[in-house]
Ligand binder design. Structure first.
Ligand code: BV8
Length: 292
């Protein structure tokens, strides 16, 4: 398949955008990198000696809820301290200008919402760090947004700011020191059933995404041809999010990658159609230029 000779031309993309109406975005952790939040698989993606994915699972929570809650308390605190960047605001502005733009985000950091992205044009595929729910499968308790940090005294060690000097290391990331062990009795419990632990309202590996949200998303994609799919700051390794762009591709659809690795062999390999574009650089800098 011939590559688009203008795959990284902003004027060429602007010409495509000008004749486009239905636009979809699939966003990942790279969108929030400029807001200071670590990505999952980048150099900073390891949390102490753990892969984040080894902590974002029901099995990890069952085995050591204290450790998993420290991981989430740390990320909640960092996300609360972070600010939306120009990439979040550019997507929110596009939504205000174009009711036929839908943003799907894998990010759980709440930054789209804090950028005032119109809620009807945003779907959080993997939930939110700030949603809570009961960990018991028989209890329906949910809390859509809890911004407290720390959530309880036992998690205070996680809810501290990253050190200002690059030579200092966050106490939780200092693998020379053991992590504090938190007994389940000291962790947040469900106020409704009064027995089970609360858990973060995110989708863990091995858990299904919200079926109603997936149905709405599929209906939006199938309703009419999608003109542009923006794939922003994601390694496209996590399913089913990784499959959305190709599922939305129709005749003439442009899939547009925005990624720091766009000019790498992996990045260039993502250009699978002569209509596709790929722009290298920080999403916080590239998106505003693409969407201006
Ligand atoms: C499910 C919430 C049914 C928690 C997350 C096939 C079909 C279906 C499922 C599977 C399948 N194959 C395998 C599976 C299982 C699994 C999966 O995909 N595993 C992977 C690892 C192979 N999927 C699931 O379990 C999903 N559930 O399908 O249910 C089912 C049930 C049981 C069994 C089978 C099927 C649930 C997945 C949801 C997991 N939860 N997050 C939390 O956050 O704690 S996923 C997590 O990864 C985050 O949401 C994150 O956003 C997401 C994806 O990562 P990225 O966002 O892409 O981040 P990453 O670091 O990888 O990449 C960053 C990118 O940005 C890089 O490309 C980098 O170059 C770029 N970048 C960096 N800086 C910048 C930048 N770009 C621009 N500017 C910058 N400045």
């Amino acid at each position: 398949m011939p590559r688009n000779p203008n795959y990284n031309s902003i004027p060429a993309f602007h010409a495509k955008l000008a004749r486009s109406r239905r636009i979809l975005a699939v966003c990942g952790a790279g969108l929030s990198a400029s807001s200071g939040l670590p990505t999952f698989r980048g150099a900073d993606g390891l949390w102490r000696n753990y892969e984040a994915t080894a902590l974002a699972s029901p099995k990890a929570f069952k085995n050591d809820p204290g450790m998993v809650w420290m991981f989430y308390a740390y990320r909640r605190h960092m996300a609360l301290r972070a600010e939306p960047n120009a990439g979040h605001y550019a997507l929110a502005e596009l939504a205000r200008q174009n009711p036929e733009f839908l943003c799907l985000s894998q990010n759980v950091d709440n930054l789209h919402i804090r950028a005032n992205h119109p809620s009807g044009q945003l779907k959080l595929l993997h939930g939110s760090l700030f949603a809570l729910k009961c960990s018991s499968p028989t209890c329906s308790y949910t809390e859509p947004e809890n911004l407290e940090s720390p959530l309880c005294p036992a998690l205070a060690a996680a809810a501290v700011d990253a050190p200002s000097s690059p030579t200092e290391i966050h106490p939780l990331l200092d693998t020379t020191k053991p992590l504090p062990t938190i007994p389940p009795s000291s962790l947040p419990h469900c106020a409704q059933c009064q027995t089970a632990l609360l858990r973060p309202g995110v989708v863990w590996f091995g858990e299904s995404l919200d079926s109603d949200m997936l149905a709405d998303m599929d209906e939006w994609i199938r309703r009419e041809k999608v003109d542009v799919v923006l794939v922003v700051g994601t390694s496209s390794l996590v399913w089913p999010a990784a499959g959305i762009a190709e599922a939305a591709r129709g005749p003439g659809t442009s899939v547009v990658h925005v990624n720091v690795d766009a000019e790498s062999p992996e990045g260039l390999a993502r250009l699978v159609d002569k209509e596709d574009f790929s722009f290298g650089g920080d999403a916080a800098e590239v998106l505003p230029r693409l969407l201006e």
